[in-house]
Design a protein around this ligand. Structure first.
Ligand SMILES: Nc1nc2c(ncn2[C@@H]2O[C@H](COP(=O)(O)OP(=O)(O)OP(=O)(O)O)[C@@H](O)[C@H]2O)c(=O)[nH]1
Ligand SMILES: [Mg+2]
Length: 248
């Protein structure tokens, strides 16, 4: 709104010019500036030029799509000629291990599992060791969903991060999460920090306004969008696509 005031008040409008169009275009420009301010890294080239293994931890609240996103991510890496190993560090939720093992099998990617209730940080550690000894490019660490009310799980996540020392921390957010989503992002930022966001379930016909709040309030880029439930359904975030959708 401040931008609009600054850019439009006092502006001369010629006869026949479409006022609505002028306001819309000014708003689009402001939104574009906000969205392009925080450049997301090119993860593929980052991995290719980094020392092996490149370690990524995925986290977020329950059910946002962490595990599914890891499978999509591993698929994307594979298509780019990058090998990965998955650490099933969600030893908390029933069947989490099996869910990830099914993906790993389908994708023909190695996985390190842990027993139900086992220490998730040591599962991550074992996966990193395996990657080192087998020359695998990336380690993708899945974690249990956690609410900010759950101090134990947050401390556990801190421990995983301390031991894994990841190159990249990815917060998974659900585009259907509504107003709570920004609060989640703030909470994770203040407690463990994160580098980029992957926003899931964008196929559910949402405008995804959270993208704008993240960029504006937290200076965090959305790097990828989840746009469905199959492996191909992970796409790099494109500000122009988002703006078009917002104004459609
Ligand atoms: N439509 C749609 N569904 C998705 C997307 N990403 C994930 N899902 C679905 O969301 C549900 C939860 O996904 P999971 O990957 O198990 O979520 P999670 O964050 O690992 O869940 P917890 O480990 O229990 O915290 C599953 O039914 C997924 O298929 C997406 O981009 N679009
Ligand atoms: Mg999961």
């Amino acid at each position: 709104m401040e931008d609009l005031k600054k850019n439009l008040i006092g502006k001369k409008v010629r006869r026949g010019e479409d006022l609505e169009e002028i306001v819309k275009n000014s708003l689009k420009k402001s939104i574009e500036e906000i969205l392009t301010k925080n450049k997301s890294i090119d993860i593929i080239s980052e991995i290719k030029k980094s020392q092996k293994p490149y370690i990524i931890v995925f986290f977020g609240v329950n059910g946002v799509g962490k595990t599914t996103t890891i499978a999509k991510f591993a698929y994307m890496l594979k298509k780019n000629g990058i090998t990965s190993i998955i650490a099933a560090s969600d030893t908390f939720r029933a069947a989490a291990q099996e869910q990830l093992a099914i993906h790993a099998k389908k994708l023909e990617i190695p996985i390190v599992k842990g027993k139900y209730g086992a220490d998730p940080a040591s599962v991550a550690f074992d996966a990193i060791q395996a990657a080192k000894s087998r020359g695998i490019d990336t380690v993708l660490i899945d974690t249990a969903g956690r609410m900010h009310t759950d101090a134990d799980l947050i401390n556990e996540l801190k421990r995983i991060l301390r031991i894994a020392k990841p190159n990249l921390k990815i917060l998974i957010l659900d585009s259907l999460g509504g107003n709570d989503t920004l609060e989640q992002a703030k909470y994770f930022e203040n407690n463990v920090g994160f580098d980029i966001v992957i926003l899931t379930k964008v196929d559910a016909d949402v405008k995804g306004g959270i993208v704008l709040s993240l960029a504006y309030e937290l200076n965090k880029p959305v790097a990828y969008l989840g746009i469905g439930q199959s492996y191909e359904d992970l796409t790099p975030f494109d500000p122009n696509w988002f703006i078009q959708r917002l104004f459609s």
